[in-house]
Design a binder for this molecule. Structure first.
Ligand code: SF4
Length: 395
C-alpha cells in the first residue's frame, strides 16, 4: 500500500510537469541559465539540442480552445498544428529561444509558416529528411541535414557542439528510452497495473523534461515496479495504434479502460513509437543519428515514410502476437492525412488476420465519450464472445 502511494505520488508529480511544459521549461531556464528549444514531432533527434547545452522540449498540443489561431490556419488542419499555431498567437511560446523541426507532413509545414508569420523574431529552423527511405541518396541527404542542424543549434546556443557532447547526449537518451521500454515490457507481461493515462504521463514527461532529471525519477519508479508487481484487472487485452504527433486525451484512455480493458501495448507517438529505438554506438555521432532515423522506421514503421521492406500493418500484427493483445483500437487524429490515407491498409491486414478492431477519430475540440463508449463496449463484447468477433472481422 505504501509503495503504491509512492508510485502514484511520483507519477502525479510527473503529470503536473507534462501538463504544463512551459512552466517546467521556465524553471529549468532560471536554474540552469540555458536556452530552451522547442522541437516538433516526429523525427527530430533531441540529442543534438541537449548536446548544445539547451533543454529540448517536444511541443505538445495545448488543451485550451483554439482562438486567435483560427485566423491563421484552416479548420481542416489537424488539432495538433492548429493548437501549435494558437499557442504562438497567444504568447505561449514566449519562453522558447527557438523552434526546430524535421518536416514530415504538409500540415506541419503550414503550421511552421504560420508560426513564422506570427513570431517573426523567433528563430525557426526547418530540416527536411527524405521520406523515401530506399533511395541511394537518402542516407547522405539525412546526414547533411543533421550536420546542418548541429551547426544551427551551435549558433543559437553560442557553442561548438563536439562529437563527445553528442555521444554523451546519445547515451543519456538511450538510458532514458531503455527504462521506459522496461516499463512497457512489464506491462506486456502483465507484471504491472499501469493504466494508459499513467503510461502517457511517463512518456510525455520524458519529452519535455531534462533527460537526466527524468532518468533519475524513472530509475526509482522502475525499481518500485519491479519490487512490487501488481496484476492488472481488465479482462480484455487491447493494443492502441496510431495517433501521430500528440497525445490522445487521457479521458479517452480512461473510458476505454473502463470497459473491462487492459491496454497492454501501443504504437502511438506519445507512447512506444517515441521510445522504441535507441541511437546505435559509433565513432561518428552524425552517422549514428542518421542510422537512428532509418532504424526507427524499421522498428515501428510510420506512414509518413516510404520503405519497401517494412510495413506498419505487418509490424502491428506481429506486435499483437508478442503482447497477446486480442484486439486493436486505432486512434486517428481528425484531418491527419498521413494516417487517414494509410488506414485502409491497416484495416485490410486486421480483417485478414481476424483481429477485431475499432477506429476512433479524435478531435482537439472534444469527444463524444458516451457514444464512443458504446462502440468500445461492442468491441470488448465481441472479443469475449468470439462468434461476434468473427462477424465483426468479416464486416
Ligand atoms: S502527421 Fe498528422 S497529426 Fe502530425 S502534424 Fe501531420 S496531420 Fe498533424
Amino acid at each position: 500500500m505504501e509503495q503504491s502511494a509512492t508510485i502514484n505520488g511520483i507519477i502525479a508529480d510527473l503529470a503536473q510537469i507534462a501538463a504544463d511544459p512551459g512552466r517546467y521549461a521556465s524553471g529549468w531556464k532560471a536554474r540552469r541559465e540555458g536556452r530552451v528549444v522547442g522541437i516538433l514531432p516526429m523525427n527530430f533527434p533531441p540529442e543534438i539540442v541537449h548536446a548544445a547545452g539547451a533543454l529540448p522540449v517536444l511541443m505538445q498540443e495545448d488543451d485550451a480552445a483554439i482562438t486567435y489561431g483560427r485566423s491563421l490556419l484552416h479548420e481542416f488542419y489537424c488539432g495538433y498544428t492548429r493548437s501549435l499555431v494558437d499557442q504562438a498567437a497567444t504568447g505561449k511560446l514566449a519562453g522558447y529561444d527557438g523552434l526546430f523541426l524535421v518536416d514530415h507532413c504538409v500540415a506541419l509545414l503550414g503550421a511552421v509558416d504560420a508560426v513564422r508569420f506570427e513570431l517573426p523574431e523567433m528563430p525557426v529552423y526547418l530540416a527536411q529528411f527524405m521520406a523515401s527511405m530506399d533511395e541511394p541518396t537518402t542516407r547522405p541527404q539525412v546526414g547533411e541535414q543533421i550536420a546542418a542542424l548541429r551547426q544551427r543549434l551551435g549558433e543559437l546556443c553560442g557553442v561548438s557542439i563536439s562529437d563527445a557532447a553528442i555521444q554523451h547526449s546519445i547515451a543519456a537518451y538511450n538510458r532514458n528510452r531503455g527504462l521506459l521500454r522496461k516499463v512497457y515490457d512489464l506491462r506486456r507481461r502483465g507484471r504491472i497495473a499501469l493504466g494508459s493515462r499513467q503510461m502517457q504521463v511517463l512518456i510525455k514527461s520524458s519529452m519535455v523534461m531534462d533527460v537526466e532529471e527524468h532518468t533519475a525519477i524513472l530509475t526509482k519508479l522502475v525499481a518500485l515496479f519491479e519490487a512490487y508487481p501488481q496484476v492488472p484487472e481488465g479482462q480484455v487485452r487491447l493494443h492502441l495504434s496510431g495517433h501521430f504527433c500528440h497525445a490522445p486525451r487521457p479521458e479517452l484512455l480512461d473510458m476505454i479502460e473502463s470497459c473491462g480493458v487492459t491496454v497492454v501495448d501501443d504504437d502511438v507517438f506519445t507512447g512506444y513509437r517515441y521510445i522504441a529505438t535507441d541511437v546505435p554506438d559509433g565513432p561518428d555521432p552524425v552517422e549514428a543519428l542518421t542510422q537512428w532515423y532509418f532504424d526507427r522506421n524499421s522498428n515501428v514503421p510510420c506512414s509518413t515514410r516510404a520503405q519497401k521492406t517494412v510495413d506498419w500493418e505487418g509490424y502491428l500484427v506481429d506486435s499483437l502476437k508478442g503482447s497477446g493483445a486480442q484486439g486493436v483500437v486505432v486512434l486517428i487524429a481528425k484531418f491527419c492525412e498521413p494516417h487517414m490515407l494509410y488506414y485502409p491498409e491497416l484495416r485490410k491486414a486486421l480483417h485478414r488476420e481476424g483481429i477485431p478492431h475499432l477506429v476512433v477519430e479524435t478531435e482537439h475540440e472534444g469527444l463524444a465519450l458516451e457514444m464512443l463508449k458504446t462502440r468500445v463496449e461492442a468491441l470488448v463484447e465481441g472479443i469475449r464472445r468470439p462468434r461476434i468477433a468473427t462477424a465483426q472481422a468479416l464486416a
